[in-house]
Design a protein around this ligand. Structure first.
Ligand SMILES: *[C@@H]1O[C@H](CO)[C@@H](O)[C@H](O)[C@H]1NC(C)=O
Ligand SMILES: *[C@@H]1O[C@H](CO)[C@@H](O)[C@H](O)[C@H]1NC(C)=O
Ligand SMILES: *[C@@H]1O[C@H](CO)[C@@H](O)[C@H](O)[C@H]1NC(C)=O
Ligand SMILES: *[C@@H]1O[C@H](CO)[C@@H](O)[C@H](O)[C@H]1NC(C)=O
Ligand SMILES: *[C@@H]1O[C@H](CO)[C@@H](O)[C@H](O)[C@H]1NC(C)=O
Length: 384
């Protein structure tokens, strides 16, 4: 069966003789885990054979071992749709050679992940390119970094780069906000009852005030009606247009979900929204992008302007002051689950008296992950 597929792949390519199988075989030392996923089932080969003009970001053996040591491995195993989305996020839509992976201006390249349960970004969920010192990395969900170890393995479907870390699908709201510790915003969104609206909107740009920003207007928030709070929050979102930082031009205006316009400025190397400074740009989320800002925007004060020389801007609400605690945060907690470190395959006894053979369990899970990738994902990916 496999022979037949390989033969077909070979014939399909007059221009580029190198097949996916050739590339995997030549890189067995780094890609044997990925290869064992792919080589056990013909349908996977058909899938990649049909995918033309793509860039496969292939996680190394170490990357897949690390994945295997996290709870994510089990989640992927038990949910073929999730696994499909995960694999699709490792495929760029287009042939991007190493020379194409530049970051000035910053590029947000489209993947083929376009399943509504995992992404509401038109044209496919994006990956940020970060090129520095001759090296290239990709930033995925929660700012996870995956660095290209070796590049430009050209094959019939495009090209392949080997990466040292698996890619993380950007989280849906409000989980993506909690990953950034934006508990006050999550609390405010919850109190206003707009969390679902925000999550289900397509292609959003969310200017997300940090906790210090809410703290600075602490004395005013208890007086806000739900309607006023909803209006303020809606003034922080552009719906239907995902604006990454590299697309922001000085003096541009945008109409928010609330209806009022915001003004974007680029001054002294900083980006400002009205008078608030963007303190962290380009956090990817399932339905767009989040830029963290240091002030709460006021739809009744659209003319607020920054003073770029000041490190802290005055609140856009007159009479605002801190009450010594961050509002809206009661009951909102950040999940404590830290990403698991790679599990040592051998090492000193943990000393907890538990004799469960961890290594054997992990190996079995690896095999099962492979099987799910083949039977679940292949079928679903074929429907893309
Ligand atoms: C990659 O760079 C080459 C040379 O600059 C260019 O012709 C090609 O269009 C680029 N490919 C993509 C997918 O951007
Ligand atoms: C890839 O991009 C092309 C054109 O930009 C688009 O027509 C196609 O639907 C995309 N493919 C996937 C799988 O998203
Ligand atoms: C995408 O939007 C749909 C509603 O249009 C929603 O059901 C789905 O949960 C959203 N996906 C994510 C990942 O937030
Ligand atoms: C793959 O193709 C690109 C574009 O033609 C080329 O720059 C690169 O050197 C090729 N890779 C190898 C290993 O030959
Ligand atoms: C969130 O807060 C924790 C604890 O203070 C900190 O370790 C972590 O780096 C913060 N995350 C972000 C994205 O700021």
């Amino acid at each position: 069966m496999q022979l037949k597929t390989l033969t077909l792949l070979g014939l399909a390519s007059a221009a580029n003789a190198q097949t996916l199988a050739d590339v995997l075989a030549e890189n067995a030392a780094t890609l044997s885990s990925l290869t064992s996923f792919l080589q056990s089932e013909e349908v996977i080969y058909e899938l990649f054979a049909n995918a033309q003009d793509v860039t496969l970001l292939a996680p190394s053996n170490e990357a897949l071992a690390r994945l295997n040591a996290t709870p994510l491995a089990n989640e992927l195993l038990s949910d073929p749709n999730y696994l499909t989305a995960f694999l699709a996020y490792h495929v760029l839509n287009g042939t991007f050679y190493a020379s194409n992976l530049t970051s000035s201006p910053t590029q947000f390249l489209p993947t083929i992940l376009d399943l509504a349960a995992y992404s509401n970004v038109t044209g496919g969920q994006r990956l940020q390119v970060q090129a520095a010192d001759g090296g290239v990395s990709f930033l995925s969900g929660n700012g996870e970094l995956s660095t290209v170890e070796s590049a430009n393995f050209n094959y019939t479907g495009g090209t392949i780069h080997i990466i040292d870390n698996y890619l993380t699908i950007p989280a849906p709201l409000p989980a993506a906000l909690l990953e950034q510790n934006l508990t006050a915003l999550v609390g405010a969104v919850t109190q206003a009852g707009v969390a679902e609206t925000l999550t289900n909107a397509r292609d959003i740009t969310l200017f997300a005030p940090n906790n210090a920003a809410f703290d600075a207007i602490g004395n005013l928030v208890s007086e806000l009606t739900v309607e006023q709070l909803t209006g303020i929050l809606g003034y922080h979102v552009i719906v239907g247009q995902t604006v990454y930082s590299s697309q922001i031009e000085d003096g541009a205006t945008a109409t928010t979900f609330q209806g009022g316009d915001i003004t974007l400025r680029v001054e002294d190397g900083s980006v400002f929204v009205n008078s608030a400074r963007v303190v962290k740009a380009d956090v990817l989320c399932a339905n767009g992008v989040i830029h963290v800002i240091d002030g709460v925007l006021n739809p009744s004060n659209t003319d607020a302007e920054p003073n770029p020389a000041e490190s802290t801007q005055a609140p856009a609400f007159s009479g605002a002051s801190s009450t010594g605690g961050v509002p809206f945060t009661s009951g909102i907690t950040v999940p404590t689950s830290a990403p698991a470190e790679p599990t040592a395959t051998s090492g000193p006894d943990s000393g907890n008296g538990d004799d469960t053979p961890v290594e054997a369990g992990a190996a079995a899970q690896g095999a099962a992950l492979g099987m799910a990738a083949l039977f679940g994902a292949a079928v679903l990916l074929a429907q893309l």
